[in-house]
Design a protein around this ligand. Structure first.
Ligand code: LLP
Length: 431
């Protein structure tokens, strides 16, 4: 199986976190997001332990909550001693409502409005990841009004191509995120930040992209950032205390994807950084990381009910499900691969190739193409694996389709963390 939390039981049903998915579909109805809480905690612990073992005190992984955001997840991150990365006031608000410690919140975004900055400072968040000079001015002014000195990291673009999908690649010089090192604009930003009275520059941030399997882009990115720390130490006499390496480690969606040893990757990055720091004559900085996908992706599975099939001789076989691009837009957006099974026929051999279509009025509303499945029939439960990241958090209401609930699985039990939306929920702001 694609992940250790997936199996098949005696009834021939697909299991997730040890529970019968057909029974879960009956209990909670479909479409349904399942989230394996134990798997999330296991992943968080891997990161917390590896970061603590390899980097100086104060180093910490921040859960990138854009991957999967609802109130409960911040409680889990808090209990597991993670910080969090939020990228909007909505995520920040959710973290605050969940009682997440604000000093461990890092606020991202390439276009934080003045209201966002005010809101974050009112909430006394720990640190801004400052994206540009306009934002730097706004943080300084707002912090001054509040009589505080606000901690910031500057987001820099190291000029790395992680060879991932172009829409999720962020570390190149030509990016809407951050300030480029290559052009010299980063040096100007550091000077400006050091001159601000109500801003404390703690160091730098970089993020090269998402769903990256290879460790090399991370190592290369970290090396560029260390060289930059050394360059600014020499040119301006300022040595950064913190280096935030962003997120981006890949996840196994299909059998052909490699398994990733996250702890080994972190150690590999740390070993390189230690020797590079010695060579450059700088101290090893406190290191932050921002894993999102690799914390939650394989903790998720989506269940749908098959509404029917359509065979077009000489063309394709379609299987239609009661969800689609509204709960998982990733195939429509990026042609992302997924592993799919019929949960009630998990032991039956594959018979046909199907295109899995959603229920939206849109031809591109597909979950996957060329999927080998047993013969699909109305009423079957179709399971899409590894949907924990960027599914619920990217859900939409296109065609006024309500979002499915999020049901958490923990130690053999299940509970609702986010209720199923009703038609009335969809209309609640209509006047
Ligand atoms: N830090 C920063 C600054 C980021 O921009 C991101 C992701 C992360 C951390 C977390 O990266 P992760 O560990 O999850 O790869 N919607 C796309 C992914 C967009 C990622 C955006 N930034 C998808 O569905 O693949």
């Amino acid at each position: 199986m694609i992940c250790s939390n997936i199996g098949i039981n005696k009834a021939g049903h697909l299991t997730f976190a040890g529970q019968d998915t057909v029974e879960l579909a009956q209990k909670y109805s479909t479409p349904l997001y399942l989230i394996d809480e134990d798997k999330i905690r296991e992943k968080m612990r891997i990161y917390v332990k590896a970061v603590a073992e390899n980097f100086p005190s104060g180093s910490m992984p921040l859960y990138a909550s854009k991957a999967l955001c609802f109130k409960k997840i911040y409680g889990i991150a808090k209990e597991e001693n993670m910080g969090v990365d939020v990228v909007s006031p909505g995520e920040l608000y959710t973290a605050a409502q969940a009682g997440f410690p604000m000093e461990k919140v890092f606020f991202h975004g390439n276009n934080k409005t003045d209201e966002d900055i005010e809101f974050a400072i009112e909430n006394r968040i720990g640190c801004f990841i400052c994206d540009n000079l306009d934002e730097l001015d706004a943080i300084d002014e707002t912090a001054k009004r509040h009589g505080i000195v606000q901690k910031i990291l500057l987001r820099l673009t190291p000029g790395i191509d992680p060879h991932t999908h172009v829409k999720i690649s962020t570390g190149k010089v030509d990016s809407k995120f951050g300030i480029a090192i290559e052009t010299g604009q980063a040096d100007e930003a550091v000077k400006a930040a050091l001159e601000k009275k109500n801003v404390a520059l703690l160091g730098y941030h970089c993020h090269i992209g998402s769903q990256t399997f290879d460790i090399k882009p991370f190592v290369d990115g970290a090396e560029i950032m260390l060289k930059y720390i050394a360059h600014i130490k020499e040119s301006l006499g300022y040595e950064a205390d913190i280096l935030n390496l962003g997120g981006g480690m890949g996840v196994r969606y299909v059998e052909d994807d490699p398994e990733i040893d996250y702890a080994a990757n972190i150690k590999g990055i740390a070993d390189m950084m230690k020797s590079k720091c010695r060579e450059l004559g700088i101290k090893l900085p406190v290191v932050l990381m921002e894993p999102g996908r690799s914390i939650v992706a394989d903790a998720g599975m989506t269940l749908y009910t098959v509404g029917g099939t359509k065979e077009i001789p000489g063309y394709k076989n379609y299987v239609s499900v009661d969800g689609g691009m509204t709960d998982n837009p990733r195939y429509t957006l990026y042609e992302s691969p997924y592993t799919i099974a019929l949960a009630n026929k998990a032991n039956e051999p594959a018979e046909k190739r199907y295109t899995v279509g959603g229920r939206c009025c849109e031809s591109g509303d597909l979950i996957q193409e060329n999927v080998s499945l047993p013969k699909a029939e109305k009423g079957d439960i179709l399971a899409v694996m590894t949907t924990g990241a960027y599914n619920y958090s990217m859900a939409s209401h296109y065609n006024r389709i309500p979002n499915p609930p999020v049901v958490m699985l923990k130690g053999g039990e299940s509970y609702v963390a986010v209720k199923r939306e009703t038609y009335a929920d969809l209309m609640k702001n209509d006047l």
